[in-house]
Design a protein around this ligand. Structure first.
Ligand SMILES: O=C(O)CCC(=O)C(=O)O
Ligand SMILES: [Fe+2]
Length: 336
């Protein structure tokens, strides 16, 4: 009996350190969970100490454009919530199936707040439905899409020369295509090569971009390239809902611009640009019902973040004359 005493289990120094490391790692992860901060694939790999083969699998998921990808790591769920700047961003939550409902709800709200990076003072809201839509979805948080409008963008001489040039180039306009490869997704015509005016527009956009980014509440970035195309929308033309940065070759598009011009008196109706707000659904940023409607005003340019969902409503142009089209020079400011 005397000899009987409880021996403390032998824990090696190494296992002790291993557990300490794990506790530290959990603390770091919980900190990120609480802040609802999005982490990149590389940061996630460091945080969870992932193996190279698994990191490669995650990178493939990011490149695949498939929606709704998530995986579990112990008690945590990691969800791919955004693809920006050709990178994947992940949101870490505690596993909902292991938590009381209130806790998971709280972390979802926090994540929605973190996603609110593009919420800014808008120049004006022309949405007539926004109030009632917001009431409909009171449980969700809407992330407003910012935009910036500038009137009288070109001088009257530049505008009339541009209009004459565009009308003369009618034989070189070709039907547009789109990455969805659905012929019914987009109907319009475009002119890919118009050096006389693309250079002018790109220079103007280049100069004004820093101011626009400030106005939109977007972070400044190093400009890699500015693209431009000339488009014409005539009778029955439209462009259904899309964003401009959703595929690997467009992922670096950050700021979209659209400059509108047409022959006066205006011979078409419709062709409004609708920019949808966003909301987080199952951890993904998707189009909300609320939106702003931008009228394609002559000699006006609009800017908005390229990731925002938008569409061009059908144009009615009874004359069907090419010269009466809704013309644009539009394009994208890409980051490096
Ligand atoms: O013409 C417009 O108003 C927008 C065009 C557009 O969304 C695009 O070309 O990606
Ligand atoms: Fe677009």
């Amino acid at each position: 009996m005397q000899d009987q005493h409880l021996k403390s289990p032998i824990i090696s120094e190494e296992s002790n350190q291993q557990v300490e490391r794990l506790v530290k790692q959990i603390e770091h992860i919980q900190h990120i969970v609480k802040s609802a901060f999005w982490v990149s694939t590389e940061e996630l790999a460091i945080l969870l100490n992932l193996e190279n083969s698994f990191i490669d699998k995650l990178k493939l998921e990011v490149a695949s454009q498939e929606q709704n990808y998530s995986f579990f790591w112990r008690n945590f769920e990691c969800t791919l919530v955004e693809r920006q700047f050709a990178k994947g961003f992940w949101l870490i939550n505690e596993r909902q199936d292991l938590l009381p409902k209130t806790a998971s709800h709280a972390s979802l709200n926090a994540s929605q707040k973190a996603a609110n990076v593009f919420t800014v003072n808008e120049p004006q809201s022309s949405s007539n439905h926004q109030g009632s839509v917001l009431l409909d979805v009171s449980a969700e948080e809407i992330i407003p899409s910012p935009y910036a409008l500038i009137d009288d963008f070109l001088s009257p001489t530049q505008l009339s020369e541009l209009l004459r040039y565009s009308i003369n180039k009618q034989p070189e306009f070709v039907p547009t295509t789109n990455s969805a490869n659905d012929p019914n997704y987009r109907r319009s015509f475009y002119l890919p090569y118009f050096p006389e005016f693309s250079e002018l527009m790109i220079n103007l956009v280049w100069k004004i971009t820093p101011q626009i980014l400030t106005h939109l509440g977007m972070s400044n970035f190093a400009i890699g390239q500015i693209e431009s195309q000339m488009t014409a929308h005539n009778h029955g033309n439209y462009y259904k809902i899309h964003n401009d940065s959703g595929s690997p070759d467009t992922a670096t598009r950050t700021l979209t611009y659209v400059y509108y011009y047409y022959r006066e008196p205006k011979a078409f109706t419709g062709g409004e640009l609708v920019i949808y707000d966003s909301k987080i659904e199952n951890g993904f940023s998707v189009a909300a019902k609320s939106h702003k409607v931008i009228q394609p005003q002559n000699n006006t340019i609009v800017f908005f973040p390229s990731h925002c969902m938008h569409e061009v409503l059908p144009v009615s142009c009874p004359s069907e004359y090419f010269a009466d089209s809704r013309f644009t020079i539009n394009g994208w400011v890409r980051h490096i």
